[in-house]
Design a protein around this ligand. Structure first.
Ligand code: ZN
Ligand code: ZN
Length: 154
């Protein structure tokens, strides 16, 4: 049976979802990813989504070596995280596993936010300063929960 067309991003093929902003009249769309891509804006169209192979949720390296279980305790948003990103990011942190490659997991273990951003934004530059700040806020929020991974054996 062919898949029903779904809202997705024309640029990257990732499924798009509406975000509950807490304001009824306002609908915000977002890539259905742990962290939104930083090198392009979302361009919604209808289509058949591409299945995404597992990748590092930070640098997008394939075949990530480490899995971080969902956060169990309270998560404090980083000061650079825009208010509009709080609900979707906390949802991703508390309900989903995150993947990381070996290199990113070392930076995470060291709590090295600047190192992680250098690595990630060096390969895929941010659109603009607010985007770089949003990525910093998202990764900073991840680091603040002092996450501990287990090896990905699949
Ligand atoms: Zn996209
Ligand atoms: Zn990585």
């Amino acid at each position: 049976m062919p898949e029903e067309p779904r809202p997705l991003c024309a640029h990257c093929g990732v499924v798009v979802k509406a975000v509950d902003t807490g304001r009824p009249a306002e609908i915000v769309y977002r890539h259905d990813l742990r962290v939104e891509p930083w090198d392009h804006l979302l361009e919604p169209v209808l289509g058949t989504p591409r299945p995404l192979p597992p990748a590092c949720d930070f640098c997008e390296a394939p075949e990530p070596d480490w899995i971080y279980p969902p956060a169990t305790g309270p998560v404090a948003p980083h000061e650079d995280l825009p208010a509009s990103e709080e609900a979707p990011l906390l949802h991703e942190l508390t309900r989903h596993e995150w993947f990381a490659c070996d290199t990113c997991s070392v930076l995470i273990a060291d709590g090295d936010l600047d190192g992680l951003l250098d690595r990630v934004l060096g390969d895929r530059p941010a659109l603009d300063a607010p985007t770089a700040r949003r990525v910093r806020g998202a990764f900073g929020t991840f680091l603040a929960q002092d996450p501990h991974p287990y090896p990905n054996l699949t």
